[in-house]
Design a protein around this ligand. Structure first.
Ligand SMILES: [Zn+2]
Length: 297
């Protein structure tokens, strides 16, 4: 299988990173996607893939940096002659999110204008997703893959359930954390995985800053804790992702990050600190993700 990192950033608009998104392409060409943050569909084109080819998409939770590009995913698939509904797996609320997008929803004008063309009337299924709100356990299975999920610990469950996922295909296992503080369920999902893609949103000191600032959640995984998770799960490779823009030198980001992190400490040097802290506990293969990183497994 091939894995394309379509987005490796977090909640801010970042010129150097799209928001969260991972594309998995099996050797037979079947595609699955995990998260669909802003910028991921443009990066999908850069990765030479088409949303119409994605069989199923898993939204780990309903924070905007994991779902912003879903309307673009659906509309682009519609315009690319996708013949069937995309399968959308996600937490409670996913059905409502999808239902309010097209007919009678936020993109109703687009739906009515584009849908007036006979060609587009022929594949309305492309914007009528087959939504399956999931519960922990085996949530999807076809001839090629099995996908399991479990709750992880990010925001209060009554606001949005947050899931980590495990995909088994071609005798390989990959796991993806979504957003989470360290939790046992993610260690279980990642057990003996060939690759664990895990959030690493902030350096140690930034998580501490956020726990005091009261702006945004600080329920993320510190680099030191991430190394321990990789050890506990016995993964063969760790890919850290979902970086919270802490390494950015962009002045616009610095301006809107000022309530969220210690701006004076931001910069690319922090990536070295993050690696050093992951290495306190974990000595196996490690990669710091960047947009359009391609991994052949
Ligand atoms: Zn996020």
């Amino acid at each position: 299988m091939k894995i394309d990192m379509l987005g490796t950033g977090a909640a801010f608009v970042d010129p150097d990173r799209a928001q969260s998104g991972i594309l998995v392409t099996l050797d037979n060409g079947t595609k699955y996607m995990f998260d669909c943050g802003a910028g991921t569909i443009h990066n999908m084109a850069r990765a030479n893939a088409n949303p119409a080819e994605v069989k199923a998409i898993f939204l780990t939770h309903l924070h905007h940096d994991h779902i912003c590009d879903f309307p673009l995913f659906a509309i682009t698939g519609w315009m690319s002659d996708r013949p069937t509904s995309p399968i959308v797996l996600g937490p409670k609320g996913t059905q409502g999110f999808c239902t309010h997008l097209f007919e009678g929803g936020a993109f109703d004008a687009d739906f009515r204008a584009r849908g007036a063309y006979p060609l587009r009337q022929g594949n309305l299924a492309a914007i009528q997703p087959d939504v399956r709100e999931v519960s922990p356990g085996l949530v999807y299975e076809d001839d090629d893959v099995r996908i399991y999920c479990d709750f992880v610990d990010h925001i209060p469950r009554e606001i949005s359930e947050c899931f980590g996922v495990r995909l088994e295909a071609e005798s390989k296992v990959i796991a993806f954390s979504g957003d989470t503080a360290p939790c046992d369920s993610m260690v279980e999902l990642a057990k003996d995985a060939d690759i664990l893609f895990h959030e690493c949103t902030f350096p140690e000191s930034f998580i501490e800053f956020r726990s005091k600032s009261g702006v945004g959640t600080f329920a993320h995984t510190s680099p030191t804790a991430l190394g321990q998770i990789a050890v506990d799960a016995n993964v063969k490779k760790l890919v850290a992702t979902h970086f919270g823009h802490f390494e950015s030198t962009n002045q616009v980001i610095h301006k809107y990050a000022k309530h969220h992190m210690p701006v004076d400490e931001m910069g690319p040097h922090l990536m070295d600190e993050v690696v050093r802290d992951i290495r306190r506990n974990y000595n196996g293969p490690l990669q710091m993700a960047y947009d359009l990183l391609r991994i052949d497994l």
